[in-house]
Design a protein around this ligand. Structure first.
Ligand code: PAF
Length: 284
């Protein structure tokens, strides 16, 4: 695997791949890689001749009181993991390379409405940081396709909208959520879950699945279902950020006749904020 820290040297190498007619796949990450990330690399490999992964813990998408400084930096282990799945290029720039004029002066990319709700309501500015850095990374790598994990469902929906609105020539693919045996979705932040909290944290997933089963059984009081699920999570000992039944494309509260529905939730453990989602398609 070729490792690059600078934009100009990565661009030169990828220009040569492109001259050879290769299709380039891209997996942007913040590192601390686990098997869900590696599955994204494998997903890119299925459709592309050349796979690029980036590792950059993007300060622009963290709020002042969030965990940017504690976010695990594990570059040596990540490099070995990427080599084990035959990733071709790793791009790991530092902050100066990505924000040479400083973060305050950085031109921003903003996707309206969709970014103010759900995670965006409790993490103001987060999605602006994500869309800005992803646009920069797309411009640096110029991939034919990019893969994002479905666990960050709102992020995926926001990036799809950005790509559509800005006519970016990148195909977006979703990588499946990878789960522990009890249902907990793999996440770099799972390392912040206390051992004593661990047995109960899969309540988030269980409650989202409970809503899905109720909807499949014909219940349509989405708000009532979300409130009951939030109560289940509180009873398991966690502070709830939100539970919401949404239209899978717009992320607006689902209407009774919506066919494609995603149930999203976020809750706090002592040391982490965990998110998850479950999608379903109803018969017309
Ligand atoms: O999902 C992530 O890891 C990040 O939000 C991303 C897409 C790499 C942008 O920093």
């Amino acid at each position: 695997m070729h490792v690059f820290h600078q934009i100009h040297s990565l661009r030169e190498a990828l220009a040569e791949e492109r001259r050879q007619g290769k299709r380039i796949g891209f997996v942007p990450t913040m590192g601390n890689l686990h098997s869900a990330h590696l599955a994204l690399v494998e997903r890119a490999r299925e459709e592309c001749d050349c796979v690029v992964t980036s590792i950059f813990v993007n300060p622009l998408q963290f709020g002042l009181n969030e965990d940017w400084d504690k976010y695990p930096r594990t570059l040596a282990a990540d490099t070995a993991k990427l080599e084990s799945v035959d990733c071709d290029y790793l791009f790991c720039p530092d902050e100066k390379e990505i924000y040479p004029n400083g973060m305050a002066e950085q031109t921003r990319v903003i996707v309206p409405s969709m970014t103010d709700v759900l995670c965006g309501a409790s993490r103001p500015g987060h999605f602006e940081g994500v869309t800005t850095v992803v646009t920069k990374l797309f411009n640096i790598v110029q991939p034919d396709m990019a893969v994002f994990g479905a666990k960050d469902f709102q992020q995926l929906a926001v990036i799809r909208r950005m790509v559509e609105d800005l006519c970016l020539p990148v195909e977006i693919r979703a990588g499946d959520i990878v789960r522990e045996p009890d249902g907990l979705a793999l996440s770099s932040r799972n390392s912040f879950i206390g051992d004593d909290e661990r047995p109960a944290v899969s309540q988030l997933y269980r409650s989202l699945c409970w809503i899905r089963d109720e909807i499949q059984a014909g219940h349509r009081d989405f708000l009532g279902l979300a409130n009951q699920a939030a109560e289940q999570i509180r009873e398991a000992g966690f502070r709830v950020d939100y539970v919401s039944v949404c239209n899978s494309h717009t992320l607006e509260p689902a209407a009774h006749d919506d066919a494609e529905i995603t149930i999203l939730g976020a809750m706090y453990t002592r040391g982490a904020r965990l998110i998850d989602n479950v999608s379903l398609v109803l018969d017309a």
